[in-house]
Design a protein around this ligand. Structure first.
Ligand code: NIG
Ligand code: FE
Length: 408
């Protein structure tokens, strides 16, 4: 009997990113991909395709097909900008100095509190559109520029609203423990009380966050304070992740990994013991080369040790107004290779398979495999190495979101 499917793509090659297929890209040349109900139902060499009657047949025109890209760490809903701080940092001030003088994250908190929900939405749209034009089909968005209940809720609701109007899945993360708001100056433990007793329960009640994040650093919160946030998130049944070891070593990575964090992000200053804790607990290292580049950091994350220990390495933009005002995941792939020493295949895994894992979504996406979502990008290129190698001219030829063709 002939099988039926909604969509059949042939005359293409696939970088499936399936680790069970040998080679870094899990490549299948002359591939056929059948899609039904928004999911891949068959993928493999075209000669092995079973008899299949498709409602729509697409000629891939020799393109390479990858999973839809996943930006697993962004702060793309915020008010204002920090161009004046860029100038200050170019003049020699450090990111920490700017933060300690009341600028940095707190400057964006002021602008985000002052913005209406509609203004936040309109400001976020072009950032999201820039990511989508590169073939991104899943984006994580954090709060953390509110630092009070109402503004944290406003940011998270805005993030959810974006997903109602664009062909993208938005995963939201509550980052209320991002910085100490001015009204709690000198009282960080009391602010953590507010986060644990009011903000997180309210966010959980409204189902506005898929995870909880925190910034563990001398200019933000201590390991002990972050531990309290993790404990509360667990009580509320929310997975956790952490910004850690970006500017100095604190021990937060090992603490978060042992507590079962999905990911620890930045990780420039981690030690071999921290790497071992991540490996033991299956915690993903999210590398953020755009922030490293923007802040002119010199401490590179220990990629060789992460690789040798089998820690999954994701790559993300960290899109935010301070440490990375760059809305390009493709540029991060290039920077991941040039600045951190990833291979082009690791860079693609970092924005697909490993990024899905960093969001706890590896059961549904990040790999082209039967049963998973049909989020797919067709690229007019001769080899998938081009995705990390070149930047600017190579654009998606076609994008499919849940099996639906969307404008590239
Ligand atoms: O991931 N590290 C903390 N948070 C952001 C930067 C936030 C900001 O500067 O506005 C980051 O780099
Ligand atoms: Fe960040």
């Amino acid at each position: 009997m002939t099988e039926r499917c909604d969509l059949l793509i042939t005359n293409a090659n696939a970088a499936t990113m399936d680790p069970s297929i040998p080679g870094g890209y899990g490549a299948v040349e002359d591939v056929a991909i059948a899609v039904t109900g928004g999911r891949i139902v068959w993928i493999g060499p075209r000669q092995e395709l079973p008899d299949c009657a498709a409602d729509e047949t697409v000629d891939g025109e020799g393109c390479w097909i990858t999973p839809g890209l996943i930006d697993c760490h962004t702060h793309l809903v915020y008010g204002g900008h920090r161009a004046s701080e860029f100038a200050r940092r170019l003049g020699g001030e450090s990111y920490e100095e700017v933060a300690r003088s009341g600028g940095g994250i707190l400057s964006t908190v002021r602008a985000t509190r002052a913005a209406s929900a509609e203004q936040l939405y309109q400001a976020a749209e072009p950032r999201l559109q820039a990511l989508l034009s590169e073939g991104v089909t899943t984006v994580e968005v954090k709060s953390g520029y509110g630092l009070d209940l109402d503004t944290e809720l406003k940011q998270l609701r805005t993030a959810r609203r974006l997903a109602q109007h664009y062909p993208v899945d938005i995963v939201t993360t509550c980052l209320a423990a991002h910085a100490l708001p001015p009204e709690y100056d000198g009282r960080p433990d009391e602010y953590i009380d507010l986060v644990c007793e009011e903000i997180l329960p309210a966010v959980a009640k409204e189902q506005l966050a898929d995870a909880v994040d925190m910034f563990c650093e001398s200019i933000a919160f201590s390991v002990e304070q972050c531990q309290r946030v993790i404990q509360r998130a667990k009580e509320l049944d929310l997975p956790v992740k952490a910004h850690a070891e970006q500017l100095s070593r604190s021990g937060a990575t090992a603490m978060a990994a042992k507590a079962g964090a999905l990911s620890v992000d930045h990780v420039e200053y981690i030690s071999n013991l921290d790497v071992a804790a991540m490996a033991d607990n299956g915690t993903v290292a999210v590398l953020l080369p755009g922030a490293f580049y923007t802040l002119k950091e010199t401490q590179v994350p220990p990629v060789e040790s992460l690789r040798a220990s089998g820690v999954c390495m994701a790559l993300s933009t960290d899109l935010n107004p301070g440490s990375c005002p760059i809305a390009s995941l493709r540029l991060m792939m290039n920077m991941g290779c040039n600045l951190f020493g990833l291979t082009p295949a690791e860079a693609l895994a970092g924005v697909t398979r490993s990024a899905a894992r960093a969001l706890g979504l590896c059961c549904s996406r990040g790999v082209l495999r039967a049963g998973l979502r049909a989020d797919m990008v067709l690229w007019p290129m001769e080899t998938p190495d081009q995705l990390a190698y070149e930047f600017g001219a190579l654009k998606p030829a076609q994008i499919y979101f849940g099996g639906r063709h969307v404008t590239a």
